[in-house]
Design a protein around this ligand. Structure first.
Ligand code: FES
Length: 70
């Protein structure tokens, strides 16, 4: 069985990186964060995707190394 990658929010919390979030389910967009480099995927996807160049860290799972802005 393939191991599922953690979300960016779970990874940030594991490393004590401060983040913004509210619903953790891809609805509120409180966690909408600029994605400066790398790619992410959603599984399951958010209700509405973020705009280009941004990611919802509560649902996004990294596909590559990523660089996020605050
Ligand atoms: S915390 Fe609500 S969309 Fe991510």
């Amino acid at each position: 069985m393939a191991r599922r990658r953690k979300t960016l929010l779970e990874l940030a919390e594991a490393c004590a990186v401060p983040t913004r979030w509210a619903c953790r389910s891809g609805v509120c967009h409180t966690c909408d964060t600029p994605l400066l480099a790398g790619t992410t995927t959603y599984d399951p996807g958010p209700l509405e995707p973020p705009s280009a160049g941004r990611t919802l860290v509560c649902r996004a799972r990294p596909e590559t190394d990523v660089v996020l802005d605050q």
